[in-house]
Design a protein around this ligand. Sequence first.
Ligand SMILES: [Zn+2]
Length: 109
Amino acid sequence: MTAEFRVDVETALRGAQVDTGEMVHCLGCTAQLFEGRPVTVIARTRTGGWDVEAVFCAQCAPDELAGVERRDSEGIALAEAELATVTRRQQVWLSLVLVDVLGWIEPRR
Ligand SMILES: [Zn+2]
């Protein structure tokens, strides 16, 4: 649980893609979340880099990672952020801005 790891996660999640399109559903209540909305995300290092695997609205946001399933080789993180729409070459996706990492578990090597 090092501060350096927290900074690495924050850097990796800043600008990370959440989903394609301009809207994503909260995993808890299925509310539609758009650009500018505050969200809480769970991200995981399953593919080597950080992938956003779950997005929650403010009401459904988990406040800790306890109980989230993970493999020893994976890092996971819980972060607050805001959604931003990115448009590039006629592709549209949502990414994370204003990332604040709340909790994390480093991969066990
Ligand atoms: Zn929700």
